[in-house]
Design a protein around this ligand. Structure first.
Ligand code: DC
Length: 222
């Protein structure tokens, strides 16, 4: 069986940067499942589909032509139905749209197979909210990264500022709390650690420290 290392956690926990770095060190593939939900949110917006129109969103999700095109040393370019998502993929508005449609059971179901299809040799690092608890329950290592809302908001603030988005810290703390609440309370695949996940609080840890800890855990289990 091709090994999967699941890294789940809320927005701003650092799971993206950690997941990408761990995948690179192991020479494994990397699945950014949040980008799948975000791309669907953007594609829905382009087609004028509301974030609570479950039937239309499910059909859009089932037929979505989604491509990740590797870019030198950075995040891959993401194309949804042939259109490049660009910087909008990471905007706070897209994050909100993604969080809303991610609460719809049949939409999640329609995205399941394409996430599982990312499992390919020699291994996969899967980053998201339900990678260990639902999408890859047989992952050999499940890490649930957390950090306080303030620390996560500060990280998101730094990332979004660097990308040129005009945001305020207080607005981000508020949005992160609302999104956490929605992601944790939804009936389908709520954001919570898998029973067998290792919970790692990164509030007081540097990025490299978290990467090293995850790599050490992976090594000790292989
Ligand atoms: O990780 P992110 O911020 O890119 O995720 C955006 C939204 O997508 C998040 O608010 C919830 C949803 N999501 C999800 O429900 N399940 C996943 N595996 C990944 C993301």
């Amino acid at each position: 069986m091709i090994p999967v290392l699941a890294i789940d956690g809320p927005s701003g926990s650092g799971k993206g940067a950690v997941g990408m770095a761990v995948a690179e060190r192991l020479g494994w593939h990397y699945l950014d499942s949040g980008a799948v939900y975000r791309a669907l949110g953007l594609a829905a917006g382009w087609q004028g589909i509301a974030c609570d129109d479950e039937a239309k969103l499910r059909d859009l999700a089932a037929g979505l032509d989604l491509r990740f095109v590797a870019a030198d040393g950075g995040e891959p370019a993401v194309f949804a139905n042939g259109r490049e998502c660009g910087a909008l993929l990471r905007s706070p508005e897209t994050a909100n749209a993604a969080s809303r449609l991610a609460a719809l059971g049949s939409v999640r179901e329609a995205l399941l197979d394409r996430q599982r299809a990312a499992r390919s040799a020699p291994g996969l690092v899967a980053d998201g909210r339900d990678m260990g608890s639902y999408v890859f329950p047989d992952a050999f290592l499940k890490v649930f990264l957390t950090a306080s809302a303030e620390v996560r908001a500060q990280r998101r603030y730094d990332q979004l500022k660097a990308k040129g988005f005009g945001v305020t810290l207080s607005q981000l703390i508020q949005e992160i709390r609302e999104r956490d609440e929605r992601d944790a309370r939804r009936a389908v695949a709520p954001l919570k650690p898998a029973e067998d996940a290792v919970v790692l609080d990164s509030s007081a840890l540097g990025l490299q420290e978290v990467i090293d800890r995850v790599l050490a855990m992976a090594k000790s289990r292989q």
